[in-house]
Design a protein around this ligand. Sequence first.
Ligand code: ZN
Length: 227
Amino acid sequence: MRLYLFRFGVIPGINAPVPGYLVQTEDGVNILIDTGAEPGGMVQVDPQDDPVARLAAVGVRPADVDFVVCSHLDPDHAGNHDRFPGAEFVVQRTHLAAARAGDVPRLLAAKEHWGAPGLRYREVDGDTELLPGIELIASGGHVPGHQSVLVRLPGTGPVLLAVDAIPNGMALDAAARPIFPFDTDEEQVRVSTAKLIDLAEREGALIVRGHDAEQWPTLRHAPEFYG
Ligand SMILES: [Zn+2]
């Protein structure tokens, strides 16, 4: 199994990455985690950051993507869902319901992408094993039904893709961490932070933070991979 880390864009001003991830199983199943930001929005998307271009650089076409795991449907994570019409989209049931209902108004900004006609959604409830070695970890708070992903790699060991539940190094202490402007529920943010930190300690997992200008340069980026 392989894990690729992609930069799908940059947040101007703080130079933080907008990431996406690809897990490839030994059987050749491709699981894309998030699809990056739509061009023309708040995120700077250079030509090489285009998700389809990034995937092409590791030999994967959109039609090869079997699953898209949706951490959540913010515009910097769901801005290209409609370019993967053959994939099955895996989302927490509570999150999709909140997004469709407009409970978190900013999620509507990318609805033309995540709500495109014909996209197939698989709704899951809480912590769920997607495939052997790939676990979806419910981590709401940033938004209702946010999910993180634990990947168990044969050589590297476990890697926890925290996404926006732990966006940077200031957010590693559940009690002391700041609450960021786009977090919708402080109590749940702290509960989810504690859950993820406990899980990572138990598993000895590397925590990959969601938008961290300092951590990103220390990580291995596609076309290199964690195996
Ligand atoms: Zn984000």
